[in-house]
Write a protein that binds this ligand. Sequence first.
Ligand code: HEC
Ligand code: HEC
Ligand code: HEC
Ligand code: HEC
Ligand code: HEC
Length: 253
Amino acid sequence: MGNPFPRWTNWLPVQIVICLGALGTVVTAWVWYTWTPKYTRVGYQPNQPIPFDHTIHAGQVGMDCRYCHSFVENSAHSNVPNAQVCWNCHGPGKVKSDSPKLEPLRQAMDTSNSNYTGAPIRWVQIHETPDYAYFNHSAHVNRGVSCVECHGKVNEMPVVYHAKPLSMGFCLDCHRNVESHLRPLDEITNLDWEAHDLDKDQFYAYLAEKTGKPADDLKEADKNKELNARLVGARLKEMMNVNPPQDCAACHR
Ligand code: HEC
Ligand code: HEC
Ligand code: HEC
Ligand code: HEC
Ligand code: HEC
């Protein structure tokens, strides 16, 4: 008697196992993706040793973020400034040097202060990636991703708080759809930047400079399009060959 089952069914159990395996992976990935705590840290706003106000320094005084967060372009880590940076302006005889709010600064810097310790100001860290995930500031900032994408409008925060989830889902949302999140490199620390404020001629001149293609051709190709965040981002993505990774090993090394 012949075999009642066709030959291919010999492979069925193997196929079922493979399919179940693949399904398992998808389900696990989905669970991880959706269970990553999305909003747990949003709103976290610890008290700081000195009530440092970004609306004064980055807003009214108009200081660039990099004056204080000076490593942000060159290293994985974005530093918080040391006391010397504050002392440049708030030292003896300078801005508000007697303010009671600045007592911890005087303890850190002023050797004539009776409470002088020389110990650094102990700022409480607000944003923190868990050790098992890898994050690098310079890799983002130098590719056209602004601080505002991940920290919100810090220039409008009298007290800094955790504005965005910074969860895995949040990271991946941008990595999958990066067009809407890129801007020219000189606008990275301008948190109020809007794509439609861009001057068309300047933008295409910028693209031309970076690509070596004639500005008029680039502009002609977009002549009926409105210069919005998506178009600007799409052009920058092409021009700079931006391609954020989505594989697990990129962020979990
Ligand atoms: C005069 C110095 C100074 C300038 C300019 C400045 N910052 Fe800060 N920044 C600080 C200090 C000090 C802290 C720590 C205290 C606090 O959280 O307020 C801080 C904290 C932060 C934090 C939270 C850090 C954490 O612990 O997670 C972010 C985000 C941040 N700054 C972003 C910015 C951005 C964006 C700009 C530009 C718009 C900027 N800062 C400009 C001094 C500065
Ligand atoms: C480029 C100069 C400059 C630097 C650097 C600077 N500040 Fe200021 N800071 C100012 C100015 C200007 C004011 C507003 C003074 C006023 O209201 O008249 C101010 C105000 C303040 C106040 C409010 C004081 C009060 O009594 O109202 C605090 C607190 C303060 N700064 C902390 C810091 C700290 C901490 C740092 C370092 C991380 C720092 N500043 C760095 C210029 C600076
Ligand atoms: C793509 C997202 C992203 C962008 C863009 C970004 N940051 Fe961050 N930032 C983070 C994450 C994530 C952390 C927590 C990192 C960690 O644990 O080391 C962080 C932490 C910080 C800290 C705290 C460092 C510490 O040790 O206290 C500062 C300050 C900061 N960022 C400033 C900036 C500034 C200024 C810019 C723009 C020039 C910027 N960031 C752009 C995601 C971002
Ligand atoms: C708003 C958009 C945006 C967000 C949010 C974002 N990224 Fe990225 N990421 C990028 C861009 C753009 C690049 C650069 C890709 C390139 O150079 O081709 C990048 C590159 C990377 C890289 C590869 C470069 C490197 O450092 O090795 C890693 C890893 C990475 N991101 C991790 C993260 C993590 C972790 C988070 C969340 C905490 C995050 N990203 C959030 C846009 C974003
Ligand atoms: C763009 C960067 C990025 C990529 C790509 C990425 N992850 Fe993550 N992952 C993160 C970050 C950031 C966290 C930490 C989230 C937080 O702090 O809440 C995280 C957290 C996790 C966690 C812990 C979940 C939890 O609930 O705390 C697991 C498990 C995980 N990732 C698995 C994966 C797997 C599997 C992949 C590939 C399918 C992957 N990740 C791809 C950035 C990434």
